[in-house]
Write a protein that binds this ligand. Structure first.
Ligand code: BQF
Length: 292
């Protein structure tokens, strides 16, 4: 069993991005500028946005954090999105999800200029992904492809089982693994909460990707010997002995499953850090796409 070290990979890619930023600076060109909008005070969301701003600082991107109160109206948030769409200094921006109940996430996502939609959630970018046209790929699936690529994991003809059908991870992941490219060319099965005989299906996976947010749900008896296992789940578990008061747990029962795998991503330090660098890669691409 080999660990797919997302944290180390993310560090490597950040160095590559740093070099590209230096080249832009030396050429007298604009350095990428990412803006992040956060609404309200959710602890996890603040951690995620903090990680994104910190990554910008490490790489040398400009970043702007826009903090808005949880009781902001949908109209006012849409106004903010429009402002960012029109701000020529901002190359890309994200609106951190989830949003408060009274705000329609779909409306907000639709309002983002697809050319600045570095999260890749706008239907135009999702459509481009399906058609393999240039655009922004959603950060988490893109980060997983990068892991598979950099570890030279064969995907062609393999059975890839995705557990979870969210718009942000499971659905796009299933499409990307089925596309005619590398990583891709897999035979894909997308499973979800209504799937019957889940265990029989996951047992057939050469590549198993789980994104359901149920800590420790997948046990060794659900995994084939030698499978490549990618764990996207990150649930906060109370842990009073730690400084933060919590620890992160994936969808995979790691201790149970790891001995059976050829490769496995840990939580933390697997897919999560790759999600952050994918967002950074998208932000750099926003500049490149603008130039063409
Ligand atoms: C790590 C996210 C659910 C819902 C909304 C590093 C992150 C997480 C873990 C991170 C996530 C999850 C993000 C680790 C961003 C990934 O070391 O294991 C980084 O910051 N993520 C998000 O922005 O929104 C989410 C999960």
């Amino acid at each position: 069993m080999k660990i797919l070290d997302g944290k180390a990979l993310a560090k490597e890619i950040k160095v590559e991005l740093m070099e590209k930023v230096n080249q832009l600076s030396l050429a007298g060109k604009k350095v990428p500028h990412l803006a992040a909008v956060i609404v309200g005070n959710d602890g996890a969301s603040r951690t995620y946005v903090g990680a994104k701003v910190r990554a910008c600082e490490e790489i040398g991107f400009n970043s702007t954090l826009i903090q808005l109160p949880s009781d902001i109206s949908e109209a006012d948030l849409l106004e903010k999105v429009n402002q960012l769409n029109q701000d020529n200094d901002i190359d890309g921006f994200i609106v951190q999800l989830p949003l408060p109940q009274h705000i329609d996430e779909k409306k907000i996502t639709l309002a983002i200029d697809p050319k600045k939609d570095v999260d890749g959630f706008h239907p135009e970018n999702l459509g481009r992904m399906v058609l393999s046209l240039p655009g922004f790929l959603p950060a988490t699936p893109a980060g997983i492809l990068e892991i598979l690529k950099r570890y030279d994991i064969p995907t062609e003809g393999k059975h890839c089982v995705v557990v979870g059908r969210s718009h942000i991870v499971g659905s796009p992941m299933s499409i990307m693994m089925g596309r005619s490219s590398y990583p891709g060319n897999s035979t894909v099965t997308l499973t979800h909460s209504r799937t019957e005989n889940l265990k029989e299906i996951t047992q057939q996976a050469d590549i198993l990707i789980t994104a359901i947010g149920r800590p420790g749900y997948l046990k060794a008896d659900m995994v084939k010997e030698g499978a490549v296992v990618i764990d996207v789940g990150i649930t906060r578990i109370d842990a009073p002995e730690t400084k933060s008061g919590y620890r992160l747990k994936g969808d995979i029962d790691f201790e149970d499953v790891a001995p059976k795998c050829s490769f496995i991503t840990p939580v933390p330090g697997g897919v999560g850090p790759m999600t952050i660098v994918s967002l950074m890669q998208n932000t750099l691409r926003a500049i490149e796409l603008k130039a063409n």
